[in-house]
Design a protein around this ligand. Structure first.
Ligand SMILES: Cc1cc2nc3c(=O)[nH]c(=O)nc-3n(C[C@H](O)[C@H](O)[C@H](O)COP(=O)(O)OP(=O)(O)OC[C@H]3O[C@@H](n4cnc5c(N)ncnc54)[C@H](O)[C@@H]3O)c2cc1C
Length: 471
């Protein structure tokens, strides 16, 4: 193998990794007029988000919902199928088309903004120099004044799980399956675990979800989590909490054996592990590491490990690196879980409001109470809002059901603009829509809130604003 070294021209910024965090950082810096290089070791740009994470899992979900006829089952019954005999090839077909398109859009974005790219594995030689091991055996030496590390993470593969890439898989490998399992065991009720468990259950695969702790999705409002678990159980998903796997191995053709800590055994023809990934420490406002011209953003710095938040971190880091003002994102950001059904949440949960001893009232609207929900044949799903009794301000929005990840943005706007219950009561919503659930939920809370004329509510708001203005 050749060991030729090539010296690149110096850059203002080198970004390592082309996932959502790196891509957004690079484009932001280029838009500010700087010379930027993105180094990516993968075969194509895009990162986990495009190749094994966000986009493929959401494409798989959409394909499953379409082919299985899931959205029509409310009307035509559980046996309804849009396509009989769904195969793994059916699932992969749409995936390939979507991913190609995503990569093309990204390459075009880089080209349009004059962001240079280099394919290879980067490692630091000193704080201003990286060496990039390229596929052709050459090494490129690149220098820059600033660096942004956006290398993401890989699935954790515990030693007691004997992965074979066919029957015992991590979340990167599940996208390449050549058959649809009959029984799937998902180890770990993380967001990824819950998403895949519910997606495969929509394909009528018999799913068991094992979680060592006492419940799932601890950051989600409990009323929502309870509804979600009820929905899964109703569909036959076996939820086993407080259940730790001590070994999992292939035990014959298309057969896996799992040993549980309590001495029991479990059999399935496919096992998927899911985990939380993580960690490099940074200043959480500027995203600088201990070395001030080296920033780190995205999954590598841990929670919330979302494509959406990673992009914002990339933008803020790039602006900070070049002394450009960048507003910190508002305190509240939406969390979307693309399970079946979807969950989305923003702001405080009812448990958090109670912990902080804030006097509050909740309003709940079931989707089946809306005309749109009836038209769509929705039998489950609800929207819950939490309001302060003292200020009438919206404190949190929690949605489970069809369209939750889109609907949440109405709540996000009102929450971050410090709106009150009266916004929802006084405004007109398109009809028939699921968004109407906001109004129904607000009216539900209004029934139990201390009565106040809208004009009085506005007066409270003006007084609050005046108070803030004088500090
Ligand atoms: C199954 C799954 C589903 C998900 N669903 C969602 C969702 O619905 N919504 C959401 O917001 N988020 C979702 N996420 C999370 C989201 O994908 C990640 O938060 C996001 O991809 C993180 O972006 P990143 O830029 O930090 O890293 P990544 O996307 O991981 O990109 C890092 C890149 O760096 C490259 N790299 C690593 N080391 C080097 C090196 N030394 N030299 C050069 N290149 C290197 C890698 O090859 C990779 O391309 C999901 C994740 C998974 C796994």
């Amino acid at each position: 193998m050749s060991t030729t070294q090539q010296l690149c021209a110096p850059y203002d910024l080198i970004v390592i990794g082309s996932g959502p965090a790196g891509r957004r950082a690079a484009i932001q810096a280029a838009k500010l007029g700087h010379k930027v290089l993105v180094v990516e070791r993968g075969r194509r740009v895009g990162g986990v988000s495009v190749h094994t994470g966000t986009i493929p899992s959401k494409t798989l979900r959409e394909t499953v919902l379409n082919l299985s006829g899931w959205r029509e089952r409310g009307f035509y019954g559980r046996a309804y199928r849009a396509k009989a005999d769904i195969t793994a090839a059916d699932l992969r077909k749409r995936l390939a088309i979507t991913l190609d398109h995503e990569v093309e859009v990204l390459e075009h974005q880089f080209a349009r903004n004059n962001v240079e790219t280099l394919r290879g594995e980067a490692s630091f030689v000193d704080p201003n120099i990286i060496s990039v091991a390229c596929d052709d055996g050459e090494t490129a030496i690149c220098t820059a004044d600033r660096f942004i590390i956006a290398v993401g993470t890989k699935p954790y593969r515990p030693a007691h799980i004997f992965f074979d890439g066919k029957s015992i898989l991590d979340s990167d490998e599940i996208l390449d399956i050549s058959r649809i399992p009959r029984q799937l065991v998902v180890i770990g009720a993380s967001v990824i675990g819950v998403e895949y468990a519910s997606i495969f259950s929509a394909l009528d695969v018999k799913v068991t979800l094992l979680e060592p702790s006492a419940g799932l999705l601890p950051f989600v409002d409990r009323e929502l989590a309870d509804e979600f678990m009820h929905d899964l159980r109703d569909r036959g998903v076996n939820l086993r909490f407080g259940c730790k796997v001590v070994a999992a191995a292939v035990d014959g053709p298309e057969a896996c054996l799992l040993d549980l800590e309590d001495g029991r055994e479990l059999r399935a023809d496919m096992v998927l592990t899911s985990d939380e990934r993580g960690r490099l420490t940074v200043d959480k406002t500027t995203f600088q590491t201990a070395v001030e011209h080296i920033y780190a953003v995205g999954d590598i710095i841990g929670f919330p490990s979302l494509a959406s938040t990673s992009m914002e971190q990339g933008r803020i880091a790039a602006c900070h690196a070049f002394g450009e003002p960048a507003h910190a994102p508002p305190e509240f950001f939406p969390y979307g879980i693309y399970s079946v059904p979807e969950i989305s949440t923003i702001g405080m949960t009812e448990e958090q409001v109670r912990e902080r001893a804030i006097p509050y009232e909740c309003g709940v609207a079931r989707f089946r109470e809306t005309s749109r929900g009836q038209i769509m044949g929705l039998s489950s799903g609800f929207l819950k809002m939490i309001f302060s009794l003292e200020t009438r301000r919206l404190l949190g929005v929690h949605i489970v059901g069809e369209g939750a990840t889109e609907l949440i943005h109405i709540g996000q706007a009102v929450l971050n603009l410090e709106g009150t219950l009266d916004y929802f009561v006084e405004n007109t919503f398109n009809y028939p829509t699921l968004a109407e659930a906001y109004k129904v939920s607000a009216l539900d809370a209004w029934n139990r809130m201390p009565k106040q004329q809208p004009s009085a509510a506005r007066a409270v708001k003006v007084i609050e604003q005046a108070r803030r203005a004088v500090g």
